[in-house]
Design a protein around this ligand. Structure first.
Ligand code: ITT
Length: 211
């Protein structure tokens, strides 16, 4: 009798950010024969997690562990959490892990962007370098933990441009580009973003696990 194909790994994407979900839907759509990605609805929604870490790695782990604990009643799920943000050199790496709450807890993306543009007013283009950071924390059903971190270099624009993406996309110009990520299509962002590169590392890992 022919051996049956292994079941794909079911991976819960542990985020409450709809912008990340949209990015992941472009990035995870193809090329993942080893895995199936599902939302947090399978565990009743994303829990509140206090992001008390001072690194992207620590906060990604806090989120992944909180969701992994909730899967234990059902078993069988892997979990992937994303902690990400923008590090601006002129600001000593700020907003960094505080990117989502740069203008205060509950601040909108627009308020965070305005605060950043204010902080960089009059700063010349050659001092506006920045990078997006993405740390993905994967916890396998049996509890083994793996983390993947990637970066996207760029500069901060003088004003917000474009309606696409989320967060700081309208003020971020990727290296070698003239448009902001807010002016790029989701597919163009997916060719170069920090999240795309981290997903590439995850893809390599998963294919080695199975291969
Ligand atoms: P979850 O914790 O539920 O995933 P969150 O928005 O709180 O959602 P983070 O703590 O990782 O997630 O904060 C990420 C922030 O960094 C996000 O709110 C944006 O402001 C910014 N950011 C991260 N990736 C980005 C991207 O691809 N484009 C624009 N801004 C991004």
């Amino acid at each position: 009798m022919a051996a049956s194909a292994p079941e794909p790994l079911q991976i819960i994407i542990a985020t409450s950010n709809p912008g990340k979900v949209r990015d992941f839907s472009v990035l995870l759509g193809t090329d993942f024969p080893e895995a199936q990605f599902v939302g947090t609805e399978v565990i009743g929604g994303m829990p509140e997690v206090d992001e008390t870490g001072t690194t992207f790695e620590a906060n990604a782990r806090l989120k992944a562990e909180a969701v992994w604990q909730l899967t234990q009643a059902k078993g069988g799920y892997a979990v992937m959490a994303d902690d990400s943000g923008l590090a601006v050199d002129y600001l000593g790496g700020a907003p960094g892990v505080y990117s989502a709450r740069y203008a205060g807890v509950g601040a909108s993306d627009g308020e965070n962007r305005d605060k950043l543009l204010d902080a960089l007013q009059e700063v010349p283009v050659d001092q506006r370098s920045a990078r997006f950071v993405c740390n993905l924390c994967l916890i396998l059903p049996e509890g083994q933990l793996h983390q993947f971190e990637a970066y996207c270099e760029g500069t901060i624009a003088n004003k917000a441009r474009g309606e696409n993406g989320f967060g700081y996309d309208p003020v971020f110009i990727g290296e070698g580009m003239t448009e902001t990520f807010g002016e790029c299509s989701p597919q163009e962002k997916a060719q170069r973003s920090h999240r795309a590169k981290a997903v590439g590392l995850l893809r390599d890992f998963l294919s080695q696990q199975v291969g």
